[in-house]
Design a protein around this ligand. Structure first.
Ligand code: NI
Length: 201
């Protein structure tokens, strides 16, 4: 389930790799009667994080809306900008009634560098609906584990130019906070739009 790509020769000396990861496939989606009896992987769960202003934000704050969840970091050279740019282009094609039912969180796995205005403004620069969240390492690790997201710090965190390899998946949770579907890094905008329009109807 792990795929890896290496950046171009323009990369700085630190090897900046990202893990553009294909998703966990739901067992049920594979078909076959026995699969339907297998327990589905549980994706999602409670979280307690902080926004750029240091205000606590939890999963419960999003009840009643569909919630899109993405893990990354603002210094990401390629994967996050690509994923958020694509997501933004999809959100731009939803109408107001659909957007009103939706919230998006960008969970930074890099609290050392992502906080304050930088965290607040990074997501909203892609789309006003995207809220940046982060928190203490233990809280980040708990929510990442709950979603099946993974990351790995690559480089020396005493310098300011370390990279973080991370999975790139948009998780879609329903109004009750339960998992609906997920979009892998290579999902097309058309497929994402169609799926979102189907669940937001
Ligand atoms: Ni990234």
């Amino acid at each position: 389930m792990w795929g890896e790509h290496t950046e171009s020769a323009m990369s700085p000396p630190i090897t900046r790799r990202h893990l553009a990861v294909t998703s966990l496939a739901l067992a049920a989606a594979a078909g076959g009667w026995w699969w339907s009896r297998a327990p589905e992987p549980r994706i999602g769960g409670p979280f307690a994080l902080l926004d750029g202003k240091g205000n606590p934000v939890s999963d419960r704050d999003f009840r009643g809306r569909f919630l899109l969840v993405y893990f990354g970091y603002t210094f990401c050279p390629d994967v996050c900008p690509t994923a958020l740019g694509k997501l933004s282009s999809v959100l731009d094609r939803l109408d107001k009634a659909q957007l009103d039912q939706l919230a998006v969180v960008f969970i930074s796995v890099d609290p050392q560098r992502d906080h304050g205005a930088r965290l607040s403004e990074y997501g909203s620069a892609f789309h006003p609906l995207i809220t940046g969240l982060t928190g203490p390492r233990e809280q980040i690790d708990a929510v990442a584990k709950a979603y099946g997201a993974r990351y790995r710090i690559a480089g020396d965190t005493s310098r300011d130019d370390y990279a973080i390899d991370h999975t790139s998946v948009v998780y879609v949770m329903n109004r009750d906070g339960a998992f609906v579907t997920q979009f892998t890094h290579n999902a097309t905008p058309e497929a994402m739009l169609a799926k979102l329009q189907a669940v937001l109807k």
